[in-house]
Ligand binder design. Sequence first.
Ligand SMILES: [Fe+2]
Length: 197
Amino acid sequence: MSAARVLDRIVGAVRGIYGDGSDEQSRWGQVGEVLQAALADPELRAAAGDWPTSHDRANRRYTNLLFYEDPDFGFVVNGLVKDETGRTPIHDHGHAWVAYGLLEGTETILRYRGPVGSELADGENPALEPDGRFTLAASQVDLVPPWTFHAEQAETERTVAVMVRSARVGRFAHRRFDPDTGRVYDHPGPRQIPYEL
Ligand SMILES: [Fe+2]
């Protein structure tokens, strides 16, 4: 199956899940299963070999490949490629749910506990504490609920993520945590680059 057909399959399944009216928790559990099944597709893995790295070092920012945006439900399908230096800041995704699937490589996911982003104002100084870390291997999905502080670190020379997000990044603020100042600040999130599979 070509990468475009894998995308069609993800989109069709996610639209079906949105249409069946389940609550958000259940919906995103199901979206994670759809994404996990897609990660096993060899043609998607092969196509990802051509995807550009998502580091935008000049702007201290990541980019996302934007494969699809749903006109009715607003969810998007993104790609993100890191090299071995890839370490995101501590961040949340605002009100968005994100199913973060790893297609290639290995990453360490770090979680934080404390006040959630929706309770914080820009510039506030929250007592965030590490709340564990785990390894995300290729073919696994990390389901990230809204307002969940976390960070992702590449552990291999190249990592490729495919994500389903409940909303397109750039249209709402994310929260980032600056460990040097101890403060959170608003950020628009990764720059979106339309990319045809
Ligand atoms: Fe994230």
